[in-house]
Ligand binder design. Sequence first.
Ligand SMILES: Cc1cc2nc3c(=O)[nH]c(=O)nc-3n(C[C@H](O)[C@H](O)[C@H](O)COP(=O)(O)O)c2cc1C
Length: 138
Amino acid sequence: MSVFRAIYTSQPFGYDEAILSSILMQARKANARDDITGALICRADIYLQWLEGPEDKVRDAIRRISRDDRHLDVQLLVAEPAEARVFGDWAMLHDPAKTWIWSQAEIADGALDRATPEEITGFFLHLAEASDAEPSGT
Ligand SMILES: Cc1cc2nc3c(=O)[nH]c(=O)nc-3n(C[C@H](O)[C@H](O)[C@H](O)COP(=O)(O)O)c2cc1C
């Protein structure tokens, strides 16, 4: 079965632990229903999310997510067919982006605008590898 992958970034609006857990709970429930898997890199200043699955389901999810008022300025960075899933074991892996993504100062300075789709994809591949080594890290 062919897989479609999309990556977007957005700016959290009202970010705290309670909001994040409710987003993750909602995401995991809907994604299990829709055969979507992926990862959400999240921090007070940035969301970066990878969604993969059937193209129609991924596009529907992105449409719903774009309307969500818990974040702003949703920008689609990657939308393309893929050979296989990268996060097949996770309805939505969650990563708090502590060390390997840009610093808050770099984000504020426009690091995201300068990043290429390959660089962004690379972040997630790195995360998938790290998570394979530590499956309890979901
Ligand atoms: C940062 C963020 C990530 C989200 N991730 C997903 C997701 O992976 N899948 C999903 O179905 N909904 C996700 N949501 C929630 C959707 O925006 C939406 O609330 C949910 O799909 C329910 O939509 P509905 O009330 O129109 O059915 C996310 C929301 C935010 C703010």
